[in-house]
Design a protein around this ligand. Structure first.
Ligand SMILES: [Mn+2]
Length: 296
């Protein structure tokens, strides 16, 4: 087994040595967590995901045979945020994302997705959204606050950043007000609950995703709390009954050929993690995404 042992790779995601912005794919951390509605701590997500990603550096992906380390990819470190100021942080995140062609963001809480979509869609136009989550995140506010991790897609839909008819949510199961659920469906969003997915198969779920996405641009927003707390305890708003890590992987592996334009992996909060289960699951989902976008 050639190369550097997994425990000794450099500190970038997958031990990436490039840190410039000139690559086709760019990884960045976004350590914002002040819009979390329950327990905070996702500001330490980027570091934990990078550390856990060392396990994924000793070979190619055994499905697509892509070795992410051979891609044109860099880890540019973490974005600047405005300490304690959500609105100013969102503006800063948007500005820093603007110049990056294909960003893979390590959160941070889900609130980071709104400025990332604002920046991305200036170049791409409205995108389709493949959204893994326990929560619909289409609340009009967060316990009275306009911005926070529960209202991301309410704003994104209202701002025209997403084509709601090309948005699918996988793993949904949290308590939710009926009117928020109905608003989401009325906009044209497809919801597959965690129980829908448990009762289905990866093939059927992936087929539904393809049907919803069509041939347009696809952004992937992966909230690690889509996974069950048994598989992702280290997160701010855990909900029982979620996906197993393998289910999310099995769905993703069936999506080769979609027109992916960006990804975020959010809500890893390492202070609540056990044995790096959550951080490794998060790193693994990003690795699965790289195996998709890197496939010839
Ligand atoms: Mn969530």
């Amino acid at each position: 087994m050639p190369g550097t042992p997994t425990f000794a790779v450099p500190p970038g995601f997958l031990g990436l040595s490039r840190s410039d912005k000139a690559t086709a794919l760019v990884v960045a951390g976004i350590p914002l967590d002040i819009g979390t509605t329950h327990r905070a701590g996702a500001r330490f997500g980027p570091g934990a995901i990078r550390r856990a990603s060392g396990m994924l550096t000793d070979g190619a992906h055994p499905g697509s045979w892509v070795d992410p380390l051979t891609l044109d990819i860099s880890d540019i470190g973490d974005f600047s945020i405005a300490l304690g100021d959500i609105a100013a942080s969102l503006r800063l995140i948007e500005a820093q994302a603007m110049a990056l062609p294909h960003l893979i963001a390590l959160g941070g809480e889900h609130g980071i997705t709104l400025p990332l979509l604002r920046a991305l869609t200036k170049r791409t136009g409205p995108v389709g959204l493949l959204h893994f989550d326990a929560h619909v995140d289409t609340w009009p506010d967060n316990f009275g606050q306009r911005y926070g991790h529960g209202s991301v897609f309410y704003h994104a839909i209202n701002e025209g950043l997403i084509e709601p008819s090309r948005m699918i949510q996988l793993g949904i199961r949290s308590p939710v007000q009926r009117e928020v659920w109905d608003w989401t469906l009325d906009k044209g969003v497809t919801i597959m609950s965690a129980l829908d997915i448990h009762a289905s198969s990866p093939d059927a779920v992936a087929a539904r995703v393809r049907e919803v996405m069509g041939g347009g641009p696809v952004y992937v927003s992966f909230d690690i709390d889509a996974l069950d707390p048994a598989y992702a305890p280290g997160t701010g708003t855990p909900e029982a009954g979620g996906l197993a890590t393998w289910q999310a992987q099995a769905i993703l592996r069936r999506l080769a050929g979609l027109r992916f334009v960006g990804m975020d992996l959010v809500e890893v909060a390492p202070a609540y993690d056990v044995s790096e289960i959550t951080a490794l699951a998060g790193a693994t989902m990003v690795w699965e995404y790289l195996a998709l976008v890197g496939a010839p």
